[in-house]
Ligand binder design. Structure first.
Ligand SMILES: Nc1ncnc2c1ncn2[C@@H]1O[C@H](COP(=O)(O)OP(=O)(O)OP(=O)(O)O)[C@@H](O)[C@H]1O
Ligand SMILES: Nc1ccn([C@@H]2O[C@H](COP(=O)(O)O)[C@@H](O)[C@H]2O)c(=O)n1
Length: 646
């Protein structure tokens, strides 16, 4: 399984230009295709769902062109029903393509087959099909009754009159009917049966239809009249707003991680209902500022989000972000009226509950609600994303708890936001790491420990882990080239660092691992790729707020390649041998200068020559040669460079 590890964050700050709205992009494409005239669409979302719609329109005989190197498109409208009368369309998992195309094709007088990915075939469409059949459309289910795939046949559609559609499962059914009915040219009334959910999405549909020249009369949210003689006409140029649902992740990042984080592309003038996510965040205490085309969020004055109990029916997509934000709230949070989550890309209520529990939350799951009680401390976890882009994007916020989070199948974000993780990294403020690498006895440990103490940061002596594997291996009688067994030892190393001492299986081995036999053994086991791999996550878990100073051989190259400061600390071999000699003498351990120098040179040669994670000075590391320096000077060298990394 492909995964992405997000580094622990200490906060979030910055600006993000949002990708185009998915809801607007797919609606505008369909309206432009059905309209008379040519439409210039600017800033269309580049994502899987929009590609499915573009492919479908082309297959249905609509010409469109993309301007090279941009997200701007020109669509030549067909001025009514689609010219191609027989087509097979694959629509992936794009509900915003599947539902409206079903309605438009039911009125197009052709023979069409519509299918999608397996999950699309589990998402209900029966209410829409029932409404279309009521008008005379001929639609068959090719699989399970009430679900895609569908076969649509030519039929005499009874134009005009009244139609009924359920509004309590998906508002996309009503959207689909509204957008398709102007093709009949007759006045048609749509009556919504049951309470209409996600009303703001209907508001988007009506606003965009109006831009294309069709004004629907609305009586409350229960009755809609598409006027007689309605025809779509291109408005010329249409700008697609930034995606308000995608904005929610960045606004939540600002509210959780200090901020301010500003999103550009949606604001006060937006037609998208999900901008009201900002209001929800404000109720949690976040400080929100808004302009016509931007929104900015910062953490509450108190630093922590308030617990909440909210009806979120009006912002079903952005509401998922609140479920993860609840991890950072002062107490239990209730998300109500979210039943539509059950029929989205996955059963989002079940998926959310499962993954929130993995990071330590207590979750109560109901048919249409969730209660999330944040844990005292978040737990590191590998998050499953269920081929649901929003699961992946929501859970990136967990890294703001200052811990690493693994996102499985991160490419699922391609559905609506292919560059999400790059944009997230632009506002993320990682917990800083200072990486100090260098050869044996150069003083890395001494300098790193003092720098960590001066800063109040955590400290990692990575060499001690390799020494411990060697010691544990030797004690268990394992040959130091038995990669599989040593990797097993490394993966389960029963070690603890307490009171400045190192304990292996409950025994103090602080001095034992410093013996020369262990030094040599460590550099042997360190050449084994499986051992290195087994120790990788353990080392990464040391990264915690307010910062980490880590030393070793591959800290800057492999363990923390994104370290904010990298230092290559060295000294001449003679100076190093002398230091090690003095060190051993002070501890009352026997040593000879000659053999120390030889061992040290052999060890360096082995560390530098191994194919995996070799010791080397990186191009982005600062050279610190301490041959002529004392410890204090070396520590100052590093500390002087710290302001740049905080
Ligand atoms: N700049 C320096 N001048 C003089 N002595 C130093 C200097 N830096 C470190 N030392 C001393 O050298 C000895 C070895 O240092 P230290 O153990 O920190 O090195 P190291 O690079 O971490 O070694 P290893 O790779 O074996 O873990 C220590 O006794 C330390 O006090
Ligand atoms: N990041 C690291 C750290 C250490 N090693 C290997 O372990 C040996 C002992 O390390 P010390 O820093 O305690 O001397 C060292 O010789 C390396 O072989 C490593 O590979 N990577």
């Amino acid at each position: 399984m492909e995964y992405l590890d997000l580094v622990p964050l200490q906060g979030a700050r910055g600006r993000v230009r949002l990708p185009g709205s998915k809801s607007i992009s797919n609606r505008v494409l369909l309206l432009a295709a059905l309209a008379e005239g040519e439409t210039d669409i600017r800033d269309l979302l580049a994502s899987d769902d929009v590609e499915r719609m573009l492919d479908a329109l082309r297959a249905l005989g609509v010409s469109w062109q993309r301007r090279e190197g941009s997200d701007d498109y020109t669509v030549q409208g067909v001025g009514g029903a689609f010219p191609v009368k027989t087509a097979e369309l694959f629509l992936g998992n794009a509900g915003t393509a599947f539902r409206p195309l079903t309605a438009a094709l039911a009125l197009a007088g052709g023979e069409y087959r519509l299918s999608g990915v397996a999950r699309m075939h589990e998402r209900p469409i029966g209410d829409l099909v029932d409404a279309l059949r009521e008008a005379g459309a001929a639609i068959d289910y090719l699989g399970k009754e009430g679900y895609p795939p569908l076969a649509i046949h030519p039929a005499t559609v009874r134009a005009g009159g009244a139609l009924r559609v359920r509004g309590d499962v998906s508002s996309q059914f009503l959207t689909a009917l509204l957008m398709a009915l102007p093709l009949t040219g007759e006045e048609t009334v749509i009556e919504v049966v049951g309470e209409l959910i996600s009303k703001p999405y209907i508001a988007i549909t009506l606003a965009l239809m109006a831009r294309f020249g069709v004004e629907v009369r609305r009586e409350g949210w229960a009755r809609f009249t598409v006027p007689a003689g309605a025809r779509y006409r291109s408005p010329g140029t249409v700008y697609v707003e930034g995606d308000a649902s995608s904005a929610s992740y960045f606004l939540a990042a600002g509210a959780i991680g200090g901020g301010p984080v500003r999103v550009e592309g949606v604001g006060r003038d937006s037609i998208q209902g999900d901008v009201r996510f900002a209001e929800a965040l404000a109720q949690l205490g976040a400080r929100i500022d808004m302009g016509p085309n931007w929104i900015e969020a910062s953490a509450p004055e108190s630093g922590r989000l308030r617990a909440f109990d909210m009806d979120l029916n009006h912002i079903p997509d952005a509401a998922m972000t609140l479920a993860v934000a609840a991890l950072f709230a002062e107490g239990p949070c209730t998300l109500r009226n979210i039943a539509s989550w059950r029929v989205k890309e996955t059963d989002r209520i079940a998926a959310m509950a499962t993954e929130l529990r993995k990071v330590g939350a207590e979750v109560e799951e109901g048919g249409d609600y969730l209660v999330v009680t944040p844990p005292a401390a978040l737990r590191m976890a590998a998050i499953d994303t269920y081929d649901d882009h929003r699961m992946a994007m929501c859970f990136s916020l967990v890294s703001l708890g200052g811990l690493r989070v693994r996102i499985n199948d991160p490419k699922c974000v391609n559905k609506t936001f292919p560059t999400y993780f790059e944009r997230f990294a632009e506002v993320a403020r990682p917990v800083p790491v200072i990486a100090i690498d260098g050869p044996s006895a150069s003083g890395k440990g001494t300098v790193a420990a003092r720098v960590a103490e001066a800063l109040g940061w955590h400290y990692l002596d990575s060499g001690s882990l390799y020494r411990l594997v060697a010691l544990a291996g030797m004690r268990a009688g394992v040959a130091l080239d038995d990669e599989a067994r040593l990797a097993g030892i490394a993966a389960a190393l029963p070690v603890s660092f307490e009171g400045g001492r190192i304990w292996l299986e409950g025994k103090d081995v602080t001095e034992d691992i410093r013996a020369e036999a262990c030094s040599v053994g460590a550099s042997k086991v360190a050449a084994l790729p499986a051992v290195r791999e087994a120790l990788l996550d353990r080392q990464r878990d040391y990264r915690a707020a307010p910062g980490l100073v880590a030393e070793g051989r591959d800290i800057g190259s492999v363990v923390f390649p994104d370290a904010q400061l990298k230092v290559f600390l060295t000294a001449s071999a003679e100076a190093r041998a002398e230091r090690r000699y003095k060190q051993l003498m002070e501890k009352g351990m026997a040593a000879s200068m000659e053999s120390l120098l030889r061992d040290l040179q052999e060890r360096d040669a082995r560390d530098a020559a191994r194919p995996v994670a070799p010791l080397k000075q990186l191009p982005d590391a600062e050279l610190l040669d301490t041959t002529q320096m004392d410890v204090k000077q070396a520590v100052s060298f590093v500390l002087e460079r710290v302001p740049a990394v905080e």
